[in-house]
Design a protein around this ligand. Structure first.
Ligand code: HPA
Ligand code: ZN
Length: 324
């Protein structure tokens, strides 16, 4: 099955580019930017990646992202991720970035988006990997800050497909960003949001109803509301599930407890994604392998995960036809 999973074409819909920053690259970038890292080696830093919950991860993740300063840094980060995509037979990826993590410390929005975008263009040329960019609002910040960020996003709308919502879910429900999402939609952007990762099923309902999302990031706590599960099935609403992330952040105790295969067998449009692979110990193939090891899936079920991701992606109908 390992050969089958490795060879299976994959589509990634939930990947924070800042979360693909491997300790080795972090050290290299920090050195050229003359930033001190309070660890002796990349290995020592990796050892420190032990998390109790979402917040304990986010604290370390934002710290790592602060090493990124120049357009070249963002290019190198994105390029390293694309090299991993090639190894994992990822044919299309839709990547998140967190503009406010950078603009709030004085890095220009243009620096960030140009570095990421140029790497993605080169990834398409060199590896044939197609891609889209989704800019996420940090939900622990205000709606005003999100709207200000939206103004920058709109200046780069030729490069950005949609907006998302990430960071601390507890205490920051979808409702807080209703107006910012309405403005984004009116401008023609797609919308997605993290919901039902650590927050309740109600956040999934609100992301769909109030933020008009095209898909839900994580969404695994939907099982707490049977009517919601039925609605997800009927409306073919996709969930971008991140199995290794969920174990690392203790959303589930272990992979055998994870509900993704149950949801798949019930007809929910679930997909497998890597979230923050440098922190959670695995890219796309690793996530597929981990789920299959605990749940013994058929080839047709594994293929269905890719079909679901193609259908839930923001690629054009022509390109979808090519990938189908
Ligand atoms: N959840 C919420 N915010 C995030 C995550 C996540 O898994 N990764 C990066 N930002
Ligand atoms: Zn995420």
């Amino acid at each position: 099955m390992k050969e089958f999973i490795l060879g299976l074409p994959k589509v990634e819909l939930h990947l924070h580019i800042e979360g693909s920053l491997e300790p080795e690259l972090l050290f290299k970038i920090a050195e050229r930017n003359q930033i001190d890292i309070p660890y002796d080696s990349p290995e020592a830093l990796r050892q420190a990646y032990q998390f109790e919950d979402l917040q304990s991860f986010l604290d370390i993740y934002y710290q790592g992202a602060h090493a990124l300063h120049t357009e070249q840094d963002f290019y190198d980060l994105t390029w390293a991720y694309l090299e991993r995509c090639k190894l994992d037979n990822v044919i299309h990826t839709e990547i998140f970035f967190d503009p406010q993590t950078h603009t709030d410390r004085g890095i220009a929005f243009d620096t960030v988006i140009n570095g990421i975008y140029n790497a993605l263009l080169d990834g398409e040329k060199s590896f044939g990997i197609s891609s889209n960019i989704i800019a996420c609002f940090l939900r622990h910040l205000s709606q005003e800050s999100a709207i200000e960020t939206l103004e920058s996003i709109l200046k780069h709308q030729d490069k950005i497909t949609g907006v998302g919502l990430d960071s601390s879910e507890a205490g920051n429900p979808p409702e807080k960003f209703k107006y910012a999402f309405q403005l984004a939609k009116q401008a023609g952007l797609k919308t997605v949001a993290h919901a039902g990762e650590e927050g309740p099923a109600q956040n999934i309902i609100d992301a769909i109803d109030m933020l008009k999302v095209s898909r839900v990031d994580h969404g695994v706590r939907c099982v707490e509301d049977e009517d919601l599960v039925k609605q997800l099935i009927n409306n073919k609403m996709a969930l971008t599930v991140c199995p290794l992330s969920n174990i690392k952040l203790r959303v589930f105790n272990d992979m055998s407890q994870h509900n993704i295969v149950d949801l798949l067998r019930r007809g929910v449009t679930v997909t497998i994604n890597s979230d923050d692979p440098a922190y959670f110990g695995g890219y796309m193939t690793d996530n597929f392998m981990a789920v299959n090891q605990s749940h013994k899936m058929t080839k047709s079920e594994l293929t269905q995960l890719t079909i679901n991701a193609i259908e839930a992606s923001f690629i054009s109908e022509e390109l979808k036809d090519k990938y189908r």
